[in-house]
Design a protein around this ligand. Structure first.
Ligand code: DNO
Length: 404
């Protein structure tokens, strides 16, 4: 038995020099590493080696390690295999080679069409006065049916949801409608793409003939091209699950269940083809057995996002405190620590899985600080999440699971 503490490595997401949360503040949360990206590089372009190295040094100068790249975005051209997709895939490989050369070994990405994550309320007030992100299907139906006026949208929503969406929409002023529409269609981590409704409709249009099977084929082609490059570069890819894990706006979503994860892992059977295990995304589907997924697929998990969601019977969910809500994080952390211990026997005695608290509430002095770089990423709320996770990890790793 190893006498080393079996804790996962604690990290925070950092959006780069424009992030109002500074690296020295992250250091005071107790994190030792960051998940970060060159958000200034447009999707599809290769990341210049000198910028990677400069960013890595900036992070190191604050006493932190750039452990995980989150994300190298996969362009819409690659997802749809249209336009410049071949050039973008070559660029993706070049970025992986340069990251590997700089010693950064884990790269997160997602394969969600058009949108990254979807929320309808960015400031949902909780009873204690903190604010959380929330998804309300009625409001999202209003976005789909009334803001976008997507053709065929009425078939994707129940009569009740359509009626409720109209009531919501009619209760909004024109200014509120516009603000809601803009915030919903332009929610990408670390960047404002400045999309308009017309751009968004055009992006949706590219998926008109693209069902889940075709999208899976596109992912397989992408992985067949980049996983061998990643292997050579010493990089492990980690796909982020779809958030939320169900189809939206008639778009296919292919990373939502354990079967989906297994399908992705089997596309190219290599350790370089792995997972970013996000409990908040997968936790929106009650049937996803989160601890079981770790037990069955753990060796392919390369990065971890820990948070909980509270699922409501009407399909609404909001981001709960890390140790509350519908996700059993103690069970997941127990499974992850067991997985880490198993890998330590193979890889290295002090090998660690990198984790970050994924999102946090706006609370306390977060309200006095400049707005976070991205909704869900205030400092104090994430500090609370990380501190709770540290206690959880320490308790489990020292005493195991004690049931009273
Ligand atoms: C949201 C994040 C996601 C994630 C990307 C990974 O806060 O968890 O936006 O970074 O989907 O590519």
């Amino acid at each position: 038995m190893s006498s080393l503490p079996n804790l996962m490595e604690e990290a925070m997401r950092w959006f780069g020099p424009a992030d109002p949360v500074a690296l020295n503040e992250i250091r005071q949360t107790g994190a030792t590493a960051v998940f970060s990206a060159l958000h200034e590089i447009p999707y599809g372009e290769a990341w210049p080696a000198e910028l990677i190295v400069r960013r890595r040094s900036e992070i190191a100068a604050a006493g932190l390690a750039w452990r995980v790249v989150e994300s190298v975005p996969v362009s819409e051209a690659i997802k749809t295999r249209t336009g410049e997709f071949e050039r973008h895939i070559d660029n993706y490989g070049a970025t992986l080679e340069r990251l590997g050369a700089a010693g950064i070994e884990v790269v997160v990405y997602n394969f969600m069409p058009v949108m990254d994550w979807v929320r309808t309320d960015l400031r949902h007030r909780l009873p204690d006065g903190a604010e959380a992100l929330l998804y309300d299907p009625v409001k999202f139906a209003a976005f789909d049916l009334l803001a976008l006026a997507r053709s065929g949208a009425e078939h994707d929503w129940s009569a009740g949801a359509c009626a409720a969406a109209r009531v919501f929409w009619e209760g909004q002023t024109e200014t509120q409608r516009q603000a809601f529409t803009q915030q919903t269609l332009d929610l990408f981590p670390g960047v404002r793409l400045g999309l308009t409704v017309a751009d968004f409709r055009a992006m949706l249009g590219r998926y008109a003939a693209l069902d889940a099977a075709r999208l899976r084929e596109h992912l397989r082609h992408f992985l067949e091209a980049v996983v061998p490059v990643a292997e050579k570069a010493g990089v492990r890819l980690a796909i982020h699950p779809d958030d939320p894990p169900f189809p939206v706006l008639g778009l296919p979503r292919i990373v939502a269940t354990e079967d989906d994860l297994r399908t992705v892992l089997a596309m190219v059977d290599s350790p370089a083809n792995g997972l970013c295990y996000c409990t908040g995304s997968l936790g929106v589907r009650a049937e996803n057995d989160l601890a079981g997924i770790v037990r069955r697929n753990g060796s392919r998990i390369h990065a971890v996002h820990l948070r909980s969601v509270q699922r409501e019977p009407d399909g609404t969910f909001f981001e709960a405190n890390h140790l509350e809500g519908s996700v059993d994080l103690p069970a997941v952390v127990q499974a992850l620590l067991e997985e880490q211990a198993a890998r330590r026997r193979v890889v290295r005695r002090d090998w660690q899985l990198p984790l970050r608290p994924d999102h946090g509430h706006m609370m306390l002095d977060d309200f006095k600080r400049p707005a976070p770089a991205c909704p869900g990423y205030p400092l104090i709320g994430r500090l609370r999440g990380l501190a709770e996770l540290r206690g959880l990890q320490t308790g489990i790793s020292r005493f195991g699971v004690a049931r009273i």
